[in-house]
Design a protein around this ligand. Sequence first.
Ligand code: SF4
Ligand code: SF4
Length: 229
Amino acid sequence: MPHRPDTPNHCRRCGTCCRKGGPALHQADLTLLREKIILQEDLYTLRVGEPVHDQAAGRVIPLNAECVKIRSWNAAKTLLAQSEAGCRFYQPAPQTIPAKPTVHPNGRCAIHETKPIECAALKCWDTADLAEAAATPRLSRLDILGPDNALVELVHDHETRCSVADLVRHLQAPTSESADLLRQAAAYDAALRDLLQEKAGILPDHLPFLLGRPLPEVVHGLRRWLARG
Ligand code: SF4
Ligand code: SF4
């Protein structure tokens, strides 16, 4: 049957969805980490309380459970907004388009055969399967690290001392102590990132998964969200 690029009920592998950003990971994706198809360095964590766009609700709401997602290529240096950079497993097409383009000329997923469940369920013409996959239990850092990992305690400590809920509280209704407390939280966040690299040999690329985005970026996002009301 000849290929019909405008057929609305199958994937043309145009890559538009992949260029919007990587998926959140769910329990069913844990095997991809165990088999090292996806590495911890490929991930970043959105922490409890961070505002994200909820497709089902149709608006931005704070996360009630942390969300581990696949990063963009650019994320090693600066964690760009997902609208600015696509999933790091997306391989764009070469600059030179072949004289006889294939039906998939626009790029490909480097882990297509083993892609995460949200990607396997994604059909841009019918979002029911994606909604079902997205509603299954998400992976947390603890699931990925395992309970015996020495880093778990540090992750918990960071969550306590740099809690997003506390940041929101101090930004929303500042007291005379808020500026100092925000500075202390940012200093602790930065010091812990340095310590993990210097004393534990953790690579910088690992930190967005372990500790989420650097605190100044989180605070910047919270200020923008709160300013929108
Ligand atoms: S599912 Fe993604 S890759 Fe497939 S046609 Fe839709 S936007 Fe393109
Ligand atoms: S994992 Fe593959 S299918 Fe999923 S968003 Fe990334 S490139 Fe696209």
